[in-house]
Design a binder for this molecule. Sequence first.
Ligand code: AMP
Ligand code: MG
Length: 334
Amino acid sequence: MKIRTRIIKVDPENPEDDKIGIAAEEIKKGNLVAFPTETVYGLGADALNEKAVRKIFEVKGRPADNPLIVHVSSVDQIYEIAQPNEIAKKLIDAFFPGPLTLVMKNKKVPKITTAGLDTVAVRMPDHKVALKLIELSETPIAAPSANKSGKPSPTKAEHVLEDLGNLVDVIIDGGETKIGLESTVVDTTVYPVEILRPGAITKEELEEYVDVKYAEDFSVAKSPGMKYKHYAPDAETIVLVGKNFLKKATQIAEDFVKKGYRVGVAGLNLEEKRNDVIYKNFGRNLEEMAKNLFKVLRELDKECDVIIVQGVEEKGIGKAIMNRLYKAGRVFRI
Ligand code: AMP
Ligand code: MG
């Protein structure tokens, strides 16, 4: 069913009640609203309304066994839907609101939202628009990233429109997102707690409060989302990790250009080497790279058949960047 998407532009620092109120009414009616958070844009529906949540899976083309993160605007709301243990309480105190999602025992979130698991993933976004939307909707909001399943996540309202235009009722345009990568997902039902997905909150930061390990070291996917291809441009994507990136990327690009392919190269602090290759800068450091990663991949995807991306050291937010790049394409050490 096609609908007409309404785009509502808001001031991200001072979101207007009347504008967010229009979107909240849609959530209350069981409709879909895309909204900005500090990580990426989310595709939201009332987490407690099965019919509404089903629409999220439909429009994204998301497999039904991949559970959704439930977004709350207050600590009280966490206790309404989940049962935090002592470890979870510590992490809530330390990191909420922020780019951290906690998997906890479920209390009343319907099976469609949790993909049948007896746990639920909960996050409180550190973004005024998201918090106000949840508040005015008077319900927790289930929201995966607002892109077609498998594509790079949206960090601007235009990305949402490209992927989901006329499939969602409202897109709240609150400008570009600050972090640019999805939240860190931590399972608090086991000890040491396990990082199911790396993000802006790093293992080292969590370790100041609890013992932590990475779940990805296990062969079985503990988080359903871990097994799916993700973040991938349509273009053939090649990730090069190691020294002399610009030189090696340009050599490989040259080979592809000779064969008639359109090639893009993206990395940190890049200068242009050939005028028949498109060079894009992620920025000057890993934070800027995280912020611009999905945007640059989307831009190059429009113009190129092959994209060559600079891999980074898996430290700090570099861990989260590489986690996305492993799923976006093929990784080679140079
Ligand atoms: P997304 O909504 O696309 O940002 O992805 C949410 C991530 O959280 C996926 O990797 C899910 O598999 C994971 N997730 C959500 N709920 C749970 C849960 N109850 N247990 C484990 N992982 C979860
Ligand atoms: Mg996603």
